[in-house]
Design a protein around this ligand. Structure first.
Ligand code: PEP
Length: 248
């Protein structure tokens, strides 16, 4: 069975003052009925992990290097994320694919680095608007899954996030039928490749999830939670999404 997960991606947002949001969230949801993860900027990871240590809220990284250490100025190794108190690392977010030219092969290598550090990789896939309009969504996502997930993925070490690029930060969301079709296809491919482990991997939807649309999105089959950007920055908004996932 896949676990339910509400994951927040703060992207390049947040300073020490933002930790107050986490303290409020931890107070309001000390023992949530689903897994909760916040991936702040690397500068805050250690402090955020400290602020959540009395709760079951987990902390994670937004990216990592493929190597364990070395001459890679500005990069962060998965072991460093583990050392700072992280449990998960997002890899292959569409902003990394677009801004840093990351390929499926890069993302697969990063996921392996995450596993070597004993952490869970949140592997992101999703089509652009042009690809959706060309009717290529399923083929694009299938290709990204095939290329970005290394052999050996399990429900413990891997979470998949389906994030249509055109839905991220835009307020636009696919229809529930469209979300359901992609999630069903992802589940079928995970099962075909990883057998029983394919049933255990959580598949998150990401792209303009808010407290106001979370209930209906979490009602879609094979949606095991969400990867949330903007609405994860405020405790009240993210708390509303957590509450919706607890109800699902
Ligand atoms: C994201 O960045 O992964 C994301 C889903 O952002 P937003 O929720 O703001 O659309």
């Amino acid at each position: 069975m896949a676990r339910k997960l509400a994951a927040g991606n703060w992207k390049m947002n947040g300073t020490a003052a933002s930790l107050a949001e986490i303290e409020s969230l931890a107070q309001a949801h000390p023992n949530p009925g689903c897994d909760v993860l916040i991936c702040p900027p690397a500068t805050l990871l250690s402090r955020l992990a400290g602020a959540t240590s009395g709760s079951s809220i987990k902390a994670g990284g937004q990216d990592c290097h493929t190597a364990a250490s070395g001459a890679h100025t500005g990069d962060i190794a998965a072991d460093m994320i583990a050392d700072a108190g992280g449990s998960h690392v997002i890899v292959g977010h569409s902003e990394r694919r677009a801004d840093h030219g990351e390929t499926d092969a890069d993302i697969s290598a990063k996921a392996e680095a995450v596993w070597r550090a004993g952490l869970t990789a949140v592997i992101c896939v999703g089509e652009t608007l042009a690809e959706r309009e060309a009717g290529e969504t399923i083929a694009i996502v299938a290709g990204q899954l095939a290329g970005s997930i290394p052999e050996g993925a399990t429900g413990e070490n891997t979470v998949i996030a389906y994030e249509p690029v055109w839905a991220i930060g835009t307020g636009k969301v696919p229809t529930l039928e469209e979300i359901g079709a992609v999630h069903a296809d992802i589940r079928a491919r995970l099962k075909a490749r990883f057998a029983a482990a394919g049933d255990d991997m959580s598949i998150l939807y990401g792209g303009s999830v808010k407290p106001t649309n979370a209930d209906e999105i979490f009602g879609v089959a094979d949606v095991d939670g969400a990867l949330v950007g903007g609405a994860s920055l405020k405790a009240e908004d993210f708390g509303g999404i957590i509450a919706a996932l607890e109800r699902a």
